[in-house]
Design a binder for this molecule. Sequence first.
Ligand SMILES: Cc1cc2nc3c(=O)[nH]c(=O)nc-3n(C[C@H](O)[C@H](O)[C@H](O)COP(=O)(O)OP(=O)(O)OC[C@H]3O[C@@H](n4cnc5c(N)ncnc54)[C@H](O)[C@@H]3O)c2cc1C
Length: 498
Amino acid sequence: MRYDVAIVGAGVIGCAIARELSRSLATVALIERDVEVGLGTSKANSGIIHGGHRAHDGTLKAATEWRGNQLWGELAKELPFGFERVGDLTVAFDEADLAVLHETLEQGRRRGVTGLELWDAERLRREEPNLSHEAIAALHAPSAGVVNPYEACFALAESAVRNGVDLKLEHAVEGIDRDGDGFVVRTSRGDVAARFVVNAAGLFGDAVARMAGASAPTIRARKGEEYLLDKRLAGYVGRVVFPTPSGESKGILLIPTYDGTLMVGPTAHWTADHGADTTDLDTTAAGAAEVFAGARRLAPGIAEADCIAEFAGLRAVADGEDFVIGATEVAGFLNVIGIQSPGLTAAPAIAQDVVALLAAQGLELEPDDAFVPGLEAPVRAAQLDFEELARVARGDPAFGRIACRCERVTEGEVRAAIARGARTMDGVKFRTRAGMGRCQGGFCAWRVMSLIAEATDTPIPAVTKKGGGSWIARVRTDAAERSDAPDAPDGTREVAHG
Ligand SMILES: Cc1cc2nc3c(=O)[nH]c(=O)nc-3n(C[C@H](O)[C@H](O)[C@H](O)COP(=O)(O)OP(=O)(O)OC[C@H]3O[C@@H](n4cnc5c(N)ncnc54)[C@H](O)[C@@H]3O)c2cc1C
């Protein structure tokens, strides 16, 4: 079959484009090399839906940030993912900062951002008593929100698939050849023919463009380290808190995530070999020191001792620092790359723009009358009281068995996540929160692995953290030669000592 459109990359950008196209009768393949969608930069970020006032005038970031902000509100009504407009504050510590806040306020108003307000020190202390008393003012943007970005990717992709998109996971794109007026996309699992190709390959956007013979700016990776704090700090701040920005970086932030965990970060530094290394996801002692110093400047009570987890994400940065969205000299091949922050915020607006660009290039977009915008929300035991949970468990006893104690996730939720497509520990974790709490999977990892193995009919050692070779268990036998013990997927065996 020849698709109308092949999208390379199922991060939030590819998933949002696929879902937007699924409103029409166009045939679409969403091609992703990972075992699940959204496991690239789209899962490893601050999860902020920016207020819409921040991006510099005249950029594609500015053209899509506020529209994206508004569209997330619409999407959250249709699809099940965590989203809340908690608002944000940009804090000034001196007169120079205050001048920047005035400019940002004017910029936001010009753009139509609603609700922006300057707060004096007294108002700031009343609203956010844990912030530094050195702060002299803050710009409040009630339009800003927080989202669970991985849940959003899963929901966008699931909705796209329900509306006819073919999701091709574990299909690494290795080449793109011209074929008449279209393309043949060569993947690790066979060819995909399509009239149009949309390149949404994140950090590998320049490499994918080269495969098609299209030009693209070099993409460099700018790493951001983030640190999650114990839930005992839930409510410590009610809003996302930014310092007054300097340069491209937004600085170190305080982020009250949708699920109640306070997060601090991110750093912004080129990866080890000045950007070309797109696999360096290490957190570092220097990064932690920078993040906690920055966080304490905003809220002096923040302490390293409260850290329960840390991760890093990589921004895909194009020369010129702006998004690169548009047609290329190769007719029918579009770049949607260099989508660094605020790419998550902008994603639904970018998706609309890309669909309009495809239409301008000749793609017919007859509306699909059978398009279903909604998706059923999964059960969330942690959000139910005991009576409600007991009622659910009477229907299916698996909802009466706790799999993850820290986050109060039931076995039923893990099973439901697997039924909706989770194949890895991260897939279950990011759909249910099993393993995201204080013990970081110490209690539930084995249970979740067993449930994935049972549901997918695979041996436990074949269960991975996030696909590929990211196995968690090695077969441990008292005698490696025991004939009934399966080998680990890489053929290795671990022999027990003693
Ligand atoms: C630390 C950090 C904090 C951030 N905070 C925010 C924030 O708070 N708010 C905000 O709006 N934005 C934020 N961002 C930016 C946001 O995360 C990105 O803009 C967004 O996730 C980019 O999505 P994407 O789909 O372009 O890239 P990705 O999510 O990386 O998706 C690209 C996909 O392409 C796939 N792919 C690559 N090559 C191939 C191939 N050859 N074949 C098949 N598939 C391929 C990859 O596996 C990947 O899944 C942050 C970024 C970072 C790093």
